[in-house]
Each structure stands twice: as structure tokens, then as C-alpha cells.
Design a protein around this ligand. Sequence first.
Ligand code: PMP
Length: 419
Amino acid sequence: MSTLPQSSSTAIDHEQAAADYAALLDRSLSLNLTRGKPDPRQLDLAGALLSCDLSDHKAADGTDCRNYGGLQGLPELREIFSGPLQVPADQLVAMDNSSLALMHDTIVHALLSVLPGAEQRWSDEPDVAFLCPVPGYDRHFALCERFGIEMIPVPMTAEGPDMDVVAELAGGDPRIKGIWCVPKYSNPSGVTFSEATVRRLAEMETAAPDFRIFWDNAYAMHHLTDEEVEVADLLTACADASHPDRAFVFGSTSKITFAGAGVAFFGSSPANVEWFLKHAAKRTIGPDKLNQLRHVRVLKDTDGVRAHMARHRELLRPKFDLVERILQRELGGTDLATWSRPEGGYFVTLDVRDGRAREVVRLAGEAGVALTPAGASHPYGRDPQDSTIRIAPSFPGLEELEEAIVALAVCVRLACSEQ
Ligand code: PMP
């Protein structure tokens, strides 16, 4: 994201901003732009999951989905998501309702059990660190904090993480065991990694022999435009670069079907999948195959998912257009803020003047507009520039969203004219 000039050429009328803010307080708003949740109409799109006939309860190979077993998940479901997640179906694992849970478990397994290519368990290392492209996803950072994994921020560019920085750090420091990546329509910047970035991630030399890329492809099919942006195939790139075990791929249907009642995926090299399943088998006898069967019957095939995502887009696109229109109208042509214009995913990043993000969020909160805490998109909640604010426009209706963004712009004007 661009850094904004710190000396304003725009005359901001502080008194006008204060008056607008006072008017805002009088309205006692109660609006929420904090989390990237689908709105109920999006959830309705997958309503057939609730009425799907499962009375025969049989998977394609005759498996009785009501019973235990089938740890890797239904093959026909893995087929559907193999292409979108760029993982061969036999190297894909379909599990329960949350990819975040799979990321959590993968880290726990790596702490407790030696990874393919590792010399020892991560918990036996004196220190473990992860590279964290910023701005990034707060729940990834929360996992690192939970497990005492040091986080090293790396700046994002328009092509993904700054690969000069990544290659130098990962190449020189054996404590660095991983990097968080949201490769497509990233949370929260909207950036999609370029082919060169993917190639360098796959090819770079790392000081840790068991370095892993946590490739959280949460928005693989979540396009907002006609162009279905593609990201290069990391798993194949890693295999071609003689680092076949480097990539851990994650994804889910949380923002395709039901957030909280979908299906999540883990994909990797054959050795990693074997390692993962061996340890997953201690935790569960098998996933909820009835939910998986329901997903197969409703989504049918990869084209079925694509068509379904086009309907999500019809609901989401007007919201992102609205955010763009209002920010442009209220803040365009000033040097108070810049913002992203994502082509997919769930977020807009608003960058305000350095040192002002916390104040904007505080003012908005007092006016009844809840925003994700400033700093949440950085490790330890510390945004050294104090400039990044994440906007999640998916949940509110259009009217509420308009009110919230207009109010947010008032807060930006006031916070920046206070300086
Ligand atoms: N990864 C990213 C990048 C996300 O934005 C989200 C949801 N906000 C998740 C993972 C959570 O996914 P799940 O519901 O599959 O746990």
C-alpha cells in the first residue's frame, strides 16, 4: 500500500469536520464493519443444503456416510475442489467445517511430530519464527501468538510479499519455519500474488530444511469481476524446484456455502499428506461425511461451484462498488487516505495518514460504527505506521453500509484535521 504524504496540501476544515462528527453522534448509529461474514442472502444461496435428500446416505463408492471412517474425505468432493485449489484430488484432504482449525492442527502436529525433511520437532527447536506479510490476517497472527511462534513482518507489494526481504530472511535464519500467505484476493489488501512471486517462493533457498508455506487460499473462487484471476500453482512449482514438501494448501467452503457449516481442505505433497493423516487419525476417526455428501449433491461439480460463486458476486459486487463510490466522493482528491479496489475477496483496505488509524477507529466506535481494531492486520496488533484500517463490507445491507462508510469518512476527516 502506498504511504501517504504527511504534510497536507488539502485544507481540511476542522470545524466542519467537527460539526459533521457531532451530527453523527446525534444519530446514535449502531453499525458493524468488523468481520468478513457473508450476509444472510448469501447464505440463502446454499439453502438447498438444508433440504437436500440424504436418505440413501451413500457416497459414489457405496460408503455409508452415516458411519465412521474415510479420514481423507469423500473422493467426489475432493475432485470438485481439486482444480480450484490446484491440488491433485488424491493429495487433497476434505475435513470438517474450518480451514483455520486445519491450520491450527497442522502447527500443533509440526510442534509435536517431526515433519518430512525436518531434523526435529518444532517444539524441540530453541525458537520458531514465521514470516508475516503485512497487512495480513489477524487470525493467522493469533495462531502464532498462541504457540509462541515469533512473528517477523514482511511488507506486501502489489505482487505479494516483498520477495527480496522474504528470500533474505528465510535464506539466512534457520529459526524461520514458515510464512503465511493468502495468495489470491488477500485478506485484507486484496492483492493476488504474481507468477514471479510464486516461483520465487517455490525456488528460494531456506536455512530451515523444514520450511513450510502456509498457502491459505481462502478466496480461490471469490471473484468480484468478470476476470477470474488465477494464481500460479504453488504445489507444482515447489515440486519442480525440488522442494516438493514446502507447500501446505488450505481452503474451505465457508464463503461458498455456510460459514461455520461448510467443508475445509488441506492439500500438499504425498509425504506431507501421509504425515498429516497419520496425526489427524489420532484426533478423529473421520470427518462429517454427510455434510460432505450434501455439498457434493448441491454443488455437483466445479462448474456448479463457479455458477454458485457468480450468484455470490451479484450480491457482493454492489457493496464493493458502493464503498468505492462513497470513498471517492468523500475522500477522493484529498491526501487523507488511499484505499484498495479489490477484484475479489472480502475486504477493502483503507490507509489513512500515518499515526491516525487508531484515532479514526476510536472516533468511529464512539459514533456507533464498529471497525476492526487498528493494528489487527499486523503481528502483535502493532502497525508501526498506525495507518491501516480494514473494511469488511459483506455483511451489512446496502443502506447500512452507505451510512457506515459516510460516517467513516467523517471520522477520517476529523482525525486527520486534529493533527
Ligand atoms: N483464512 C482467511 C484468509 C480468511 O479470511 C478466513 C475467514 N475470514 C479464514 C481463513 C477462515 O476460514 P474457515 O472458515 O475455513 O476457518
